[in-house]
Design a protein around this ligand. Structure first.
Ligand code: MN
Length: 715
């Protein structure tokens, strides 16, 4: 049974001069609180916090972590409050205990493997301090060591949780011994028969194995020391669960698992590692494909070592790991190594490491004292993700900043497309609400709900945004196809033909091929978009004899034609990354590239672009307002109409057109009159590429002699 003196001894090993009074107070307080409580084994409850504290102390963690370990069950199991702990032991200890208590509230009771990763991340995300996780892991380790006192169903649940959640977590944190212990304990409880079988096989071959290990160590040491290396060589049986997995994967018996023993060569320098590898390979034949260089390419948890398997003197496979003392310490203690060794033990930063680990390593540079270091580490783990629950208790991982809309799309794209409302933790919230870790999210759907362009501003996940975009595109395309079909049908009627008939006869397909459209629908949609003139399609469809009959089409006004031409070009409007929009420019204000604009989502007619200060736009429904910008390469020209009031003199018009010519603007139409008071009123319609070109022109016109006023005219 662990005593408080054992904990304090372990603590003092890492910090010989440390003050131990707070740890002692925490012990006394916890003992009082847990007084009278018993473990399932019938022993006093206090043996558990003490055992956890010893694990934490042996990991080399700090005073606050040890106090937290001693106190970790007081909030949950006794009358203690967080506030009370803060007053007695300080905010640091209180927040650690509080953190551990919160983690206990999260239970992994789904037996679905795909959930495990999310649960692990949730645990990490909920621990705003890495020490919370370490205390939780130590707590779990001791509970696993004493699991035999629990009921069978509890045993199975806890052991499975340990295998799925906690052992991989220890692995992520790089704490090798903890991962192995947790795995073996879970193995013992989950597959007791297999475990016992393996244990007895191992037991039977104990003597043999020991002798073999000694022989091999002597061999290795012999030729490495002869070559002048300063080394330590060890050999040990790997943990049971990893041997068992190997036996399973290759359907082997224990006797046939040759690499159940791992030999380790610990040397001085990184160069030695490679030199030793070379020497080993020259003595013993390496097994092809078994060499791994985790020094050049460390694992995500910063594990570094060389691994190789060779054929030993007795013809058996020998697995050898070669590493420096520093690498070894990191490999064994993982993240805890950062507390144990004050300087110089950090692995080289690797771009592939976890962001939080990188952050810890970076902040280490500025902070010498590890206690101070701890305080600065408020780790923002998995900062790019947020974890929320479905009403069924499943965990969903979303991008940080995600909204209920993103959540809806992770359920199903149809749920997303018809998402009409959301509740977070039982409270109705707007769809644009940002979700937080641990939120329980519920969405409602409605048959009539459809994605709208402003949803793109609410969703952050690429999945949701892609689905919304694709819905909008399909909808636009469908609209364009309907418009196109209608235009063609009416156009052909004037020639006494039917578009539908051409369609049935395959004539439209022929034309689509001629015009290099992938399908009939693409061609019709292109007409609807205005990318192709309907006349061109009609011309290709009509048999020669019909073409002579003159069309009775009403002549379009000149401006109509100008607008029609514009719509064929790239309109240069970008709505939050969504291109190829069905866009119309409002005629009331005819916005120009460079001007502030807003978009209004119209029913069935795409997005209508207004100038931001347009009075007519201001009267529209703000709900339908959406943010649009000009794309940087807005290549299209836009029509503008100016009214230039001048004195009435000969050559006035020539002077004005000269200004247009100087600005390289060609006039589409000009309408010039005089009024009774000797004034010339000149209306010009022309195309400009942007606001600055227009402003240059207006400046030029105003400087022209006898020009009285220049105004932009809205249609
Ligand atoms: Mn506990």
């Amino acid at each position: 049974m662990v005593r408080i003196d054992d904990v304090i001894d372990a603590y003092l090993t890492a910090r010989p001069d440390a003050d131990i009074s707070k740890i002692q107070r925490a012990y006394i307080y916890s003992s009082k609180q847990h007084q009278g409580q018993l473990r399932k084994s019938g022993e006093p409850y206090m043996i558990h916090p003490l055992a956890v504290a010893l694990i934490i102390a042996e990991m080399g963690l700090d005073e606050a972590s040890i106090c937290a370990a001693l106190l970790h069950d007081t909030i949950e199991d006794t009358g203690t409050t967080r506030q009370g702990l803060a007053e007695l032991f300080g905010e640091d200890v209180a927040s650690l205990v509080d953190g551990v208590t919160k983690l206990s509230g999260v239970n992994f009771n789904k037996r679905e493997q795909r959930q495990a990763e999310s649960f692990r991340k949730l645990l990490v995300a909920m621990s705003n301090d890495i020490r919370v996780l370490l205390v939780k892991l130590a707590d779990r380790l001791h509970n696993m060591r004493t699991l035999e006192h629990m009921s069978e169903s509890a045993r199975e649940r806890i052991a499975l949780e340990t295998r799925e959640i906690y052992a991989p977590l220890a692995d992520r944190l790089g704490i090798d011994w903890l991962k192995s212990d947790l795995d073996d304990l879970a193995f013992m409880h989950l597959e007791a028969d297999k475990y016992n079988e393996l244990a007895s096989s191992v037991e039977k071959t104990n003597k043999e194995r020991k002798a073999y290990i000694e022989r091999t160590i002597a061999d290795l040491r012999g030729f490495l020391e002869d070559a002048g290396f300063e080394i330590k060589v060890t050999g040990r049986l790997k943990n049971f669960y990893s041997i068992y997995k190997k036996m399973q994967a290759k359907s082997l018996g224990y006797k046939d698992v040759h690499d159940a023993i791992a030999f380790r060569v610990i040397c001085k320098t990184l160069q030695d590692c490679y030199a030793i590898l070379g020497l080993v390979h020259s003595r013993w034949v390496p097994v092809p494909g078994r060499f791994k260089d985790y020094i050049a390419m460390p694992k995500a948890n910063h594990y570094r070592s060389l691994h190789t398997t060779v054929v030993g003197r007795e013809g058996e496979r020998v697995e050898i790991q070669i590493r420096t003392q520093k690498m070894h310490e990191i490999a064994d203690a993982g993240i805890a190594a950062h507390w144990s060794y004050k300087e110089g033990s950090l692995p080289d930063g690797s771009a592939k490491s976890f962001a939080w680990l990188r952050e810890m390593l970076e902040s280490q540079n500025d902070v010498r004292d590890s206690v101070e270091f701890l305080e600065t580490v408020k780790v923002d783990l998995f900062r790019d993700e947020v974890f929320v629950f479905t009403p069924q208790g499943d965990v969903k991982s979303l991008r940080r900043g995600a909204t209920p809309l993103d959540f809806a799309y992770t359920i199903h794209s149809e749920v997303g497309n018809h998402c009409s409302g959301a509740k977070v933790n039982g409270v109705q919230v707007p769809l644009r609400t940002e979700l937080r870790n641990g939120d329980m999210v519920e969405v409602t759907t409605s048959k009539n709900q459809r994605p709208s362009p402003d949803w793109l501003e609410m969703a952050v996940s690429s999945r949701a945004r892609n689905k919304i975009r694709s819905y909008l595109r399909t909808e636009q395309r469908e609209q364009s196809r309907r418009v196109g079909q209608d235009l063609l049908e009416r156009g052909l009627r004037k020639f006494g033909c039917s578009f539908s008939r051409f369609l049935k006869q395959g004539e439209v397909e022929r034309v689509a091929k001629e015009m290099r459209y992938p399908s009939v629908d693409d061609l019709i949609a292109a007409v609807g978009y205005g990318k192709v003139e309907k006349e061109e399609v009609i011309d290709r469809l009509l048999p020669e004899e019909r073409k002579t009959k003159p069309p009775t089409e009403v002549k379009e006004g000149r401006l109509e034609k100008v607008f029609r031409r514009v719509s064929k070009n790239d309109d240069g409007i970008v709505l939050d990354g969504l291109d190829n929009l069905l866009v119309r420019f409002a005629r009331c204000c005819s916005p120009l590239p460079g001007e502030d604009i807003v978009g209004y989502v119209s029913r069935g007619r795409g997005i209508v672009i207004h100038r931001r200060n347009c009075a007519r736009a201001a009267a529209l429904d703000p709900e339908r307002r959406t943010r649009v910008t000009w794309s940087r390469k807005a290549v299209s020209q836009r029509p503008v109409q100016l009214r230039v009031t001048t004195g009435n003199r000969a050559g006035m018009l020539a002077a004005l057109t000269e200004v247009f010519k100087n600005n390289r603007i060609s006039i589409e139409s000009a309408h010039c009159t005089t009024n009774g008071r000797n004034r010339g009123i000149n209306n010009f319609t022309f195309m400009v590429k942007d606001l600055s070109q227009l402003n240059e022109l207006i400046k030029g016109l105003k400087q022209t002699k006898d020009v009285i006023e220049v105004e932009r005219v809205n249609y």
